[in-house]
Design a protein around this ligand. Structure first.
Ligand code: VG1
Ligand code: CO
Length: 543
């Protein structure tokens, strides 16, 4: 087997976004595209020589081929060992766990998360560092810099490595350990939650529907929910990962997981419904006739953490991304712990978790997690809910009503305008940015604006500064409008408008969120000129 040095040139646009590099699959399959980026990961992080990496992905189209290329490139650059999920599969949280447990130097995760997969859809590559979390901005900047200076990459001339069964293989001088993707992750979950209690819940007739959305959590949910916890066969649906996720978007929200919503709001609904995304780091929680927003879910988990063995000793603190609702802040206040506000993207939680300042964290985009790994974790959130329901023995709707009665309800919604013309989206943001200073004191759609700014973050642990993290407009009575552009899309620009209002009147805790937010929604449109500038009468996705 010989090492080939392939001359190459920098390729435009290999800048990692909110969560790794995401592009159309066809772009990743162009000559040198994947190779350049992988070589840039080595070049930007001090080389692969002597290193141990974890490798796996969500099983989407090109996952298997990309994994073989990365193995050959790692071997050519002198990596010591690659730990790979069987069939090149690993959920994102399972990969994070393996990096930590095996003390690997880092990991490469092949996924475009909730984006659809297939030859005409999306692919992605994400680099995680030694703490198991997404590379922080400083590292992704060095990788991007390396993509702009690349002149060659190294690759071994070799056959595919057999990834179909667990075991130790060799590729040149490098060791390849193929592992069961579920085993270590399952063991971790058993250490965190009270599996006996949850088993007793199911034994008592409690019914769950977990929708794996044809994505990577299928094998995990099957082994844990139906296997270890004894839920009846058939509780986990769409459990076989498929390269195009059954033709859908593996995005656990009421739009893309409509089947689950229908089941949970229909006759004979099970007690509990949940779904996860392409790479298994997101979650959706639904009770019988009751959808739980991700921001509320995060707050409920924080408020009930003492019911879970791993968190029974109390939470060091909590953290949420800036656009996530302030429901969590209200719980933190009542627990007397800190609540940190970070920019969008899991990489910003890493330092807080490493430093022991936060135990739980989450995002409005259906991501929730804790210090057990350094990624958000979909199945973990589902097990957390099961553990708390096993203790409280109440329907989800009752848990929510009690929560709102105690803390008030932060009505919340996100409106997405997808694939908007990039210039129009940038124009909207730039124009609004220029007007932020003059907004306070104005009354728009009957609401007085109290403050407006652009969010920037100074990491309290390492002092890193991140600017330009979203425009915020605060209105009287605890209202808030946030606007930012997505950093994970692959087509045009996606404008995200986050809308929130606090309600504490007991007579108004059961309203429809879109109605409860009507004035905030109208104000957002009037302030930013959303309809005029995007040419869209309404958002494509409302969550
Ligand atoms: C989106 C979400 C963000 C999340 C990111 C990655 O980013 O808003 O909260 O961390 O996706 O999640 P953006 O830049 O498009 O708003 V995942 O499950 O796609 O890795
Ligand atoms: Co994801």
């Amino acid at each position: 087997m010989s090492v080939h040095t392939i001359p190459t040139k920098p390729i435009e646009g290999q800048k990692p976004g909110t969560s790794g590099l995401r592009k159309k699959t066809a772009i990743f399959m162009q000559p040198h595209y994947l190779e350049n980026f992988v070589q840039a990961i080595w070049n930007g992080t001090g080389g692969a020589a002597g290193k141990t990496y974890v490798l796996g992905g969500d099983g989407r189209y090109f996952n298997d081929r990309a994994a073989q290329v990365i193995l050959r490139m790692a071997a050519a650059s002198g990596a010591k060992k690659l730990i790979v999920g069987q069939d090149a599969l690993l959920s994102t949280p399972a990969a994070s766990n393996l990096i930590r447990q095996r003390r690997a130097d880092g990991g490469i995760i092949l996924s475009a998360s909730h984006n659809p997969g297939g030859p005409d859809e999306d692919f992605g590559v994400k680099y995680n560092v030694g703490n198991g979390g997404p590379a922080p901005e400083g590292v992704t900047e060095r990788i991007f810099e390396a993509t702009r200076n690349i002149g060659e990459y190294l690759i071994l001339d070799a056959q595919d490595v057999d990834l179909s069964t667990p075991g130790i293989r060799r590729l040149g001088d490098m060791e390849v350990e193929v592992v069961d993707p579920v085993a270590d992750y399952q063991a971790l979950m058993e250490r965190i939650f009270d599996f006996d209690k949850i088993r007793a819940l199911f034994a008592g007739g409690f019914r769950i529907r977990f929708d794996a959305m044809h994505a990577v959590t299928g094998p995990y949910a099957h082994a844990i929910i139906e296997g270890a916890l004894g839920a009846p066969a058939g509780s986990v649906v769409n459990a076989v990962p498929s390269p195009d996720f059954g033709g859908g978007h593996p995005d656990p929200n009421p739009i893309w997981a409509e089947d689950l919503i229908d089941a949970m709001f229909g006759p004979d609904a099970p007690d509990f419904g949940a779904a996860s995304d392409g790479d298994g780091d997101r979650n959706m929680i639904v009770g019988r006739g009751c959808y739980v927003t991700p921001s509320d879910s995060l707050a409920v988990l924080a408020a009930n953490a003492a019911l879970v063995p791993a968190y029974a000793g109390g939470l060091a603190g909590v953290a949420r991304s800036m656009p996530t609702s302030k429901a969590l802040d209200r719980v933190a206040q009542s627990l007397g712990i800190s609540c940190y506000e970070t920019p969008t993207g899991w990489k910003f939680f890493g330092n807080l978790l490493d430093a022991g300042r936060a135990t739980l964290c989450g995002e409005e985009s259906a991501g929730t997690g804790s210090d057990h790994v350094r990624e958000k974790d979909g199945l973990w959130a589902v097990l957390f809910w099961l553990n708390l329901l096993a203790e409280r023995r109440q329907p989800v709707a009752q848990v929510m009503n009690d929560h709102w009665a105690k803390y008030g309800r932060n009505y919340y919604s996100r409106h997405d305008y997808e694939a908007v013309e990039t210039a129009a989206a940038n124009g909207l943001i730039e124009d609004l940015r220029g007007r932020l200073a003059e907004l306070p004191g104005q009354t728009v759609a009957g609401l007085r604006i109290e403050a407006a700014d652009e969010f920037a973050y100074d990491d309290p642990v390492d002092g890193a500064h991140s600017a330009g993290q979203g425009l915020r407009i605060m209105t009287e009575g605890g209202g808030r409008i946030v606007l930012r552009l997505s950093g994970t899309g692959t087509e045009g620009a996606t404008l995200r408008v986050y809308l929130e209002r606090l309600e504490t009147d007991p007579a108004h805790l059961q309203d429809d969120p879109q109605d409860a937010l009507a004035r905030i929604i109208a104000a957002a449109d009037e302030i930013a000129g959303i309809r005029t500038r995007t040419g869209r009468a309404a958002p494509n996705v409302i969550t």
